[in-house]
Design a protein around this ligand. Structure first.
Ligand code: 6CS
Ligand code: FE
Length: 310
């Protein structure tokens, strides 16, 4: 008997995408991978809510001093007073305002400590039932007046197709660094959408990330599919004051509007992936994206720390 080659295995990909036709497919992976226990970093009710909605909003997780320190660090990374890694900065479409800075733990000791903190990595590790590492990290600034939208998408769709993330066993933690309200383009999520995989239309172009990080056009569902999901599940805005922490599943449909108010909206994102789910070759792209977007190889498990950031 011959072993099943990777290619044959891949023909049974449960999440095919970038196809000639759009398809709704059922999720084949768990959402909360740990059994709840009294020493878990979330209450049983919070874990159930994450399982049901595909996201969870946590208030008052950080002290005022910690929030101030994180805001100052975010401003310093953006302000140009610190040299940043080649390729880690993305500007807004049509202007040279900073839209995104990637690779936060690598460029900031404070953001490194934040990622390892029990309030982020500890919760992620509980939700994913495994040791975790940071798959991607970014500051999204969405400046006042010029900050453009992030169109509706499932992150997992991109990470599976373009980065080779095998299964839905990753979670994003988004820390609000400005107040996010109805006006300045908060994250919007469709509760319950994480239970469907929308296989998207269209082959992935060469170097798609060069345009998709400014404006994503491939790997997004059709208007009809988005309307169907929104009618079934509704849309929730993840609003809150600076310091609010939002966890969302890798397959929750989300996006955000542009920001024409004078008030910038910035959030720090850390994507945690289970160490058992590390990246393979892309499932639907000509070649893997650069490592500022996706940690490849065999990343070490985070050692979770318990302490104050400031
Ligand atoms: O490319 C990424 O990894 C992320 N950025 C966008 C615009 N869409 C997919 C994913 O969230
Ligand atoms: Fe996203």
């Amino acid at each position: 008997m011959t072993a099943i080659s990777e290619e044959q295995d891949r023909s049974r990909d449960p999440y095919p995408s970038r196809l000639p036709e759009e398809r709704f497919l059922p999720r084949k992976d768990k959402i909360v991978w740990s059994q709840w226990r009294p020493d878990a970093p979330l209450t049983a009710q919070q874990a159930d809510r994450f399982d049901r909605d595909g996201f969870l909003i946590l208030n008052d997780v950080f002290s005022a001093a910690e929030v101030e320190a994180l805001k100052a660090e975010s401003a310093a990374l953006r302000g140009g007073e610190r040299p940043l890694m080649e390729g880690s900065v993305i500007t807004e479409p049509g202007s040279d305002e900073v839209r995104t800075v990637f690779k936060l733990p690598e460029q900031s000791p404070l953001f490194d400590r934040l990622a390892r903190d029990r309030r982020l990595a500890g919760i992620a590790s509980f939700l994913l039932g495994d040791d975790v590492y940071v798959h991607q990290s970014r500051l999204n600034y969405k400046p006042g007046f010029t900050g453009k939208e992030f169109y509706w998408h499932s992150d997992f769709e991109t990470w599976h197709a373009e980065d080779g993330m095998p299964r839905m066993r990753a979670v994003s933690a988004s820390l609000l660094l400005t107040d996010n309200d109805a006006l300045n383009g908060p994250l919007m999520l469709m509760p319950g959408s994480h239970k469907h995989f929308v296989a998207c239309v269209g082959a992935t172009p060469q170097d798609n990330h060069k345009s998709s990080l400014k404006k994503q056009e491939v790997g997004v569902p059709s208007h009809a599919a988005l309307a169907r999901l929104a009618e079934a599940h509704g849309i929730t805005a993840a609003t809150g004051k600076a310091g609010t922490l939002v966890f969302f599943d890798c397959n929750t449909m989300h996006g955000s509007n542009g920001n024409i108010t004078p008030f910038s909206r910035s959030n720090a994102f850390f994507v945690f992936n289970a160490v058992s789910n590390r990246l393979e070759e892309p499932f639907a792209a000509p070649k893997a994206r650069p490592d500022f977007l996706a940690e490849r190889g065999k990343p070490a498990a985070i050692e979770i720390a318990n302490g104050k950031l400031a």
